[in-house]
Ligand binder design. Structure first.
Ligand SMILES: Nc1nc2c(c(=O)[nH]1)N[C@H]1C(S)=C(S)[C@@H](COP(=O)(O)O)O[C@H]1N2
Ligand SMILES: [Mo]
Length: 395
């Protein structure tokens, strides 16, 4: 029996009638429930040649902890660089090291491996909530504005193992990681010369065993848009530290002057502030995924409120839920497993009575940071992690 033949599929198993075209599952395709073509489709942007270069993640439509690779968001500042086949790729490790190295893909894979499950969040995630909470913008919808927030299992080798091979000295304080993509940022001052995307990682974070050079994501070799053949992965820190399409690790004594340090990913009141602070660790954050902006009205009775919580600084200790706009809080159940850098799923069973409610969640991490209602405002609108309420009506 072939599934494509008309009539071979019993009516009750057909998808067509069951799925409305404007539902959250509008991207589902195929004749059978459970058939591999069943898909949630991401929001994508194409380049001039029709290739997908940006992917946004439909977080509200997903289940479980791992974002399927084709739905994992992508961000890069310059044009996507040409593909470098793994067997032509090399990584140079030089600068303040005892033995400069050039490693091939095969060389790298001879180091002891490591897999790390981590949430990855772009600094620009949820930025429109800054204006909304100031009363200066419309209420953003986390449903229609698919997110730059995802989670994956990454496999590679700890960066420290490679640095150890190159031999660090007491002057090895920063690791400048450089990618293969080159350009001039759109907001750079006149006369800025093209440069390879780079970030200067402090050695303490570089030596953390979960900071890895990754060649695989979710069980498969890296895809080009995620930085193939090898990328840096810096769990717990804002996505921009995880340099894709890695070509060089330059070890330095001074903090390198990378353009994306103090001209883009920083906290300050203004661009000429004398006290700019580099953005590193992501906040403590949670959000409600169900109900969400697709569900304005829900039925009375027992309802599950669900969501995710994560923190760049430590595991999540607790999540609380409020249905009365933050007046009273109830502790939510946190699902296992609780991986250090991964988000956790949480749920709260609510006995919903008719009325109007504002539902929100609040996370606390193991280092005692509590998610706040007041965002940390900054002129680049980076790293939004505040509490956001969802209005719902119970009938
Ligand atoms: N080489 C390179 N690496 C990069 C970037 C870039 O522009 N070039 N963007 C960074 C930013 S801002 C983010 S949020 C993450 C996104 O990684 P992903 O596309 O695999 O999700 O990559 C980071 N690594
Ligand atoms: Mo980012």
């Amino acid at each position: 029996m072939t599934t494509s033949e008309e009539g071979a599929v019993p009516d009750f198993l057909r998808m067509d009638d069951a799925i409305g075209s404007d539902s959250a599952n509008a991207g589902l395709t195929g004749d059978w429930y459970g058939w591999p073509s069943k898909e949630v489709n991401p929001v994508t942007l194409l380049d001039d040649e029709g290739r997908t270069v940006r992917i946004r993640t439909p977080v509200m439509d997903l289940e479980g902890l791992i974002t399927p690779t084709h739905l994992h968001y992508t961000v890069q500042h310059f044009d996507v660089p040409p593909i470098i086949p793994a067997d032509q790729w090399t990584l140079t490790i030089d600068g303040e090291v005892k033995n400069p190295l050039t490693l091939s893909f095969d060389d790298l894979r001879r180091f002891p491996g490591r897999s790390v499950r981590t949430v990855m969040e772009c600094s620009g995630s949820d930025a429109t909530f800054f204006e909304f909470l100031k009363g200066e913008g419309p209420r953003p919808s986390r449903t229609s504005e698919a997110m730059i927030l995802s989670a994956s299992e990454w496999t590679g080798v700890p960066l420290y193992a490679v640095l150890q091979e190159a031999g660090l000295t007491d002057k090895s304080l920063y690791i400048r990681a450089e990618g293969w993509d080159i350009g001039v940022p759109a907001t750079a001052k006149e006369g800025t010369e093209a440069f390879y995307y780079d970030k200067g990682l402090p050695v303490q974070k570089a030596l953390h065993p979960d900071t890895i050079l990754a060649w695989a994501q979710n069980g498969a070799l890296l895809e080009h848009l995620h930085g193939a053949p090898v990328r840096l992965l810096v769990p717990g820190w804002s996505g921009n530290w995880s340099v894709k399409w890695l070509r060089r690790l330059e070890v330095t004594e001074e903090m390198p002057d990378c353009w994306y340090h103090y001209q883009f990913y920083y906290y300050a009141d203004s661009e000429d502030s004398p006290d700019k602070e580099l953005i590193t660790t992501i906040g403590v954050k949670s959000m409600v995924t169900s109900p969400n902006d697709n569900t304005k009205v829900i039925n009375s009775g027992e309802q599950m409120i669900r969501g995710y919580a994560w923190s760049g600084a430590g595991a999540i200790d607790s999540v609380e839920v409020s249905v009365d706009d933050g007046e009273t809080w109830h502790s939510a159940h946190i699902e296992q497993p609780r991986d250090r850098f991964m988000w956790v799923r949480w749920s709260y069973k609510w006995d919903a009575k008719p009325g109007d409610y504002t539902i929100m969640s609040r996370a606390t991490d193991e280092v005692g940071r509590v998610q706040s209602r007041e965002p940390r405002y900054n002129n680049m609108r980076k790293n939004f992690s505040a509490i956001v309420g969802y209005p719902v009506t119970v009938e």
